[in-house]
Design a protein around this ligand. Structure first.
Ligand SMILES: [Zn+2]
Length: 446
């Protein structure tokens, strides 16, 4: 099957046509024609390399009442993603080669995005004994990123050993940076004036900053790659800026919600805004935006965290942490970063696709070019077509995700994703998921 996409602006670099055959971009230029190709008019649209999410909770195996690999993949495709990193805190934990291969296989079966398993750093994410890092890396799943996300690898000795171990195969440890001694078991929001007024136990920015400071020094000592998940505080940005200047191999991500939402939203005790790490004050949000703009923070990652209603719809203190975000991520990035002139389209491509693919070591699967630059001839046809002006009021009920813990419900947001292509095949077209039957038909005729 061949597709000719005409007149798209290639990540802000100018308009061109893209000819796609057998899953690859085979020609890029103006005035292209191909008699056998399906023609897609992309006049007025921007083409970006398929988005890559470094931080997705798909909940399967174990919590299929909250999300499955199939429903999470559908939400990802609808959001413009062609690859997601599936976090390891499932039930059972992804801490063996077999478990990692199982998640990858579920992803292949869903067939909507490349699902790349993240391996746990420690067995059962208990923080004590290293998981089978080498076996996961050598498995068919080819795990390169390891994380105990949801929990911090707080034991310095364990963190050091993990970094030493993954260095051998250019793996990366993705840390949920939060000192449990400073963020106690009851903590459920940012520690500040508001948490005091609401009578909620808070956790301070320094709980994150102190772990990041320790970890960048461990990364320097071991020479291994460290990735900092969901940065929330201006102090962490200072540490990262210093570490990068010192040549330490550290990368970092920020979530869409931390780029646009602030801790004031907690005043109504709505559990939809309860998230770990917590929403912070506007000074932190400003620092995060600046850091994403200047590259101190490398990537946007959703931390898509679906929950069943019976886990989330509780009094604030009892509700589960987390919010969904795959379908709205790009819209939030446009509103928070592009509308204000902090990022241009090339910047969006870098932060939402190219950098995350590089960090995760994904070759060709998502937005990372297998050989050259994205959206060039010879590269896998993983791309998203974006309408830069479209807006919509978010409706949680319309989500592809099984979950409804959507903090954007009822908000007017940029609604950019028109079509998503995975290896040349439309997974989303005209803003709707392409039915499985149609995708299978395309495959047969390919
Ligand atoms: Zn986390």
């Amino acid at each position: 099957m061949s597709t000719l996409i005409t007149g798209a602006d290639l990540a802000g670099a100018g308009r061109a046509d893209l000819l796609i055959r057998d899953g690859l971009i085979v020609e890029v230029g103006t005035g292209l024609s191909a008699a056998d190709a399906e023609r897609v008019d992309a006049d007025g649209l921007i083409a970006l390399p398929g988005l890559v999410d470094l931080h997705t909770h798909l909940r399967e195996p174990g919590r299929e009442d909250a999300e499955t690999v199939a429903t999470g993949s559908a939400a990802a495709a609808r959001g413009g993603y062609t690859a997601v990193l599936a976090m390891a805190n499932t039930e059972p934990t992804t801490d063996t080669a077999q478990a990692a291969e199982h998640v990858a296989e579920l992803g292949r079966r869903a067939g909507l995005v490349h699902v790349q398993p993240v391996g746990a750093v420690t067995k059962a994410i208990a923080g004590r004994e290293l998981a089978e890092l080498g076996l996961m890396a050598r498995s068919r799943a080819g795990v390169r990123m390891f994380s105990d996300d949801g929990h911090c690898v707080s034991d310095s000795r364990v963190m050091r050993r993990a970094l030493e171990y993954v260095r051998a195969f250019d793996g990366v440890i993705a840390q949920h940076a939060q000192d449990p001694a400073l963020a106690g078991p009851d903590a459920c929001c940012h520690e500040g004036v508001l948490s005091g007024r609401l009578g909620l136990a808070g956790w301070p920015g320094v709980a994150e900053e102190s772990i990041v400071a320790r970890d960048v020094m461990l990364a320097r000592h071991t020479g291994a790659r460290l990735h900092v998940c969901h940065v929330t505080s201006a102090g962490t940005v200072d540490v990262l800026r210093w570490a990068k200047r010192a040549g330490i191999a550290v990368t970092a991500e920020v979530t869409p919600h931390h780029l646009l939402l602030t801790t004031d939203l907690l005043a109504g005790y709505d559990p939809v805004y309860k998230v770990n790490p917590p929403l912070r004050p506007s000074e932190d949000v400003e620092a995060l935006r600046d850091a994403l703009a200047d590259g101190t923070i490398d990537a946007v990652a959703t931390d898509h965290a679906p929950h069943a209603r019976h886990d989330k719809e509780h009094a604030f203190v009892d509700a589960a942490f987390g919010m969904i975000g795959l379908e709205t991520a790009l819209g939030v990035v446009l509103d928070a970063m592009v509308a204000s002139g902090r990022l241009d389209w090339a910047g969006v491509a870098e932060r939402c696709s190219i950098a995350p693919a590089r960090i995760a070591g994904l070759d060709g699967a998502g937005g990372r070019p297998a050989q050259g630059r994205p959206l060039a001839a010879g590269e896998p046809a993983n791309l998203v077509l974006v309408d830069p002006t479209a807006r919509a009021v978010v409706d949680a009920a319309a989500s592809m995700s099984l979950a409804r813990n959507n903090p954007w419900h009822g908000r007017d947001l940029a609604d950019p994703v028109v079509a998503t292509y995975l290896h040349g095949r439309a997974t989303v077209f005209d803003r709707a998921l392409v039915p499985e039957q149609d995708r299978a038909d395309e495959e047969r005729t390919a």
